[in-house]
Design a protein around this ligand. Structure first.
Ligand code: CA
Length: 522
């Protein structure tokens, strides 16, 4: 129906603000859990090809040094919501409760006229709808790989199928059916995969069966050359993968049909391993575990990549691609056997770095790369900047929009502060904080078991990219060490890091009340 010119003019006066809002770019934030650069072919094509993730890089920008502030799931998510380090947003370690009443970027985007939604993994508190979102359908806690119960706007729902595919379906359903055309949107499309215990979907159960995945150089690391922390951890491929991780037992939450397919895929392979094992050397068993573990991880990534392809295709079909900024990232990096490990947590390169790909047609040159140090600390600020919203002064990162033209402003950060707190905790990784400028890295490990409670490591990343030999205290590095010590102190001050080394410790269990002598509790 054609409106008269006058009616159109009147409408534009009434809806002036909103019409302007509709011109602002949409934001599609695609996020995974524990996906490292080593398993994303835009960064490293030695193990897997991820054509759909690569498409974002080819049509946009690949960031080569995106560091996380605290390499663990929940804390990384809290940093992204708030643009603040863990000690200020209060979510220091997994198991903490996120204070959803604080300032977060989705709330600010809502104020700026955006429609906000999150689907998939949330992992910041499980019993209510995430605050700041017009729509949410999220996993409860970690959520299972099959048939996940979820919370839709806080109400329990139940799904049948493979979780990665379901999360993609939910993202597409929202884009197709629930999106408000009169507003720009910000959708967080967040996968559980490829988090432990790496359960592949039905489509990829046998994918890579005939392939030998490349081993990292440091699979048989002996942890000499570093402090005692590296050998105290409990995250080795050799000793700490359990039978469920290795698919030698367990079905998780599968139904009978799913179990049957699973048995078809793993049954014979497991039988062959059990038969061969008595005659295998320790080294051969580690190699077998590595192949089993890494293949399952890559299979999980493959389903995520398929899902991303479906969503990118929909943006094209719906005519949304030109005005939608697409961002791909993960909550931190991961060890695919490097140092003999799985898991994350360390400030060493593989888990410190996370993938970051950004596509913004017309603003980012296709196929460009950026070497500047960026961080998950910058995501909130970046989203607000894209939306044309002022970044609050108490956020601690900086919008990376200024880097999208391929240049780096002269006052961009030259160094980066990291802090991991979760000890005591899973995998016994020592508490540590540190600083890196990309060329050198200084770590202070301060909750070590054994004689030395505190220790330091210094790495020359150009000479020793695998971080095998600390040069802390070495006379050749006296000046570098002193420069980094000063930088570390200055960053800790700038970011208001408390000196309290007990911060984030799980609360001590209260001793059971003893009855008073006369039998009454005091
Ligand atoms: Ca994670």
């Amino acid at each position: 129906m054609r409106r008269s010119i006058l009616a159109c003019l009147m409408l534009s006066v009434v809806l002036g603000g909103e019409a302007k809002a509709a011109d602002r770019p949409n934001i599609l934030f695609i996020f995974t859990d524990d996906h490292c650069q080593q398993a994303l072919s835009a960064y490293d094509d030695s193990r897997i090809i991820t054509p759909n993730m690569d498409r974002i890089a080819k049509e946009g920008m690949r960031f080569d040094r995106c560091y996380v502030t605290n390499g663990i799931c929940g804390p990384s998510r809290a940093v992204i919501q708030t643009g603040k380090y863990s000690h200020l947003n209060g979510f220091i370690r997994n198991g903490n409760k996120f204070d959803g009443t604080q300032q977060t970027f989705p709330k600010l985007l809502q104020h700026a006229g955006y429609q906000t939604a999150v689907v998939g993994k949330w992992h910041l508190g499980e019993h209510m709808a995430p605050q700041g979102y017009d729509y949410s359908e999220v996993l409860i806690g970690q959520g299972p790989y099959y048939n996940p119960p979820m919370l839709k706007n806080g109400e329990k729902t139940k799904h049948t199928g493979y979780t990665t595919d379901i999360i993609t379906d939910l993202a597409l359903d929202w884009l197709k059916d629930a999106r408000d055309d009169s507003k720009p949107f910000m959708l967080m499309y967040q996968h559980k995969a490829p988090h432990r215990n790496w359960m592949p979907g039905p489509k990829y159960l046998n994918w890579l069966d005939d392939v030998e995945v490349a081993e990292p150089e440091t699979l048989f690391d002996d942890y000499s050359g570093r402090t005692s922390a590296a050998s105290q951890q409990t995250m080795t491929v050799s000793r700490h993968l359990n039978d469920r991780d290795l698919k030698l037992s367990g079905y998780g939450t599968m139904n009978e049909e799913q179990k049957a397919k699973w048995n078809e895929a793993y049954g014979a392979k497991n039988e062959a391993f059990r038969k061969a094992k008595p005659n295998m050397s320790e080294k051969e068993i580690i190699k077998w575990k590595y192949q089993r573990y890494v293949k399952d991880y890559l299979r999980c990534v493959k389903s995520v990549d398929d899902g991303i392809g479906r969503v990118l295709d929909y943006l094209d079909e719906a005519g949304l691609a030109d005005n939608t900024v697409v961002i791909y990232s993960s909550d931190q990096g991961w060890y695919l056997g490097e140092h003999g490990w799985f898991d994350k947590r360390w400030m060493y390169e593989e888990s410190l770095k996370t993938p970051l790909l950004v596509r913004w047609p017309g603003r980012i040159k296709p196929g460009s790369t950026q070497d500047a140090i960026v961080s998950n600390l910058d995501f909130a600020e970046t989203f607000l900047d894209i939306a044309g919203f002022r970044v609050p002064s108490d956020m601690q990162g900086r919008s990376i929009v200024d880097l999208f033209d391929g240049t780096t402003p002269g006052d961009w950060r030259k160094s980066f502060y990291y802090h991991y707190y979760e000890n005591p905790g899973a995998h016994n990784v020592a508490r540590h904080y540190g600083v890196t400028n990309g060329q050198y890295k200084l770590l202070h490990l301060y909750a070590l078991g054994g004689e030395r409670r505190n220790d330091w490591e210094l790495f020359d990343l150009e000479k020793d990219p695998n971080e095998l030999t600390s040069v802390w205290g070495h006379p050749d590095y006296k000046d570098v060490q002193s420069m980094l010590e000063k930088e570390l102190a200055s960053l800790r001050e700038e970011f208001q890091v408390p000196k309290d080394t007990q911060i984030g410790r799980p609360p001590k269990k209260k001793p059971a009340r003893k009855p008073h002598q006369n039998g009454k509790a005091k």
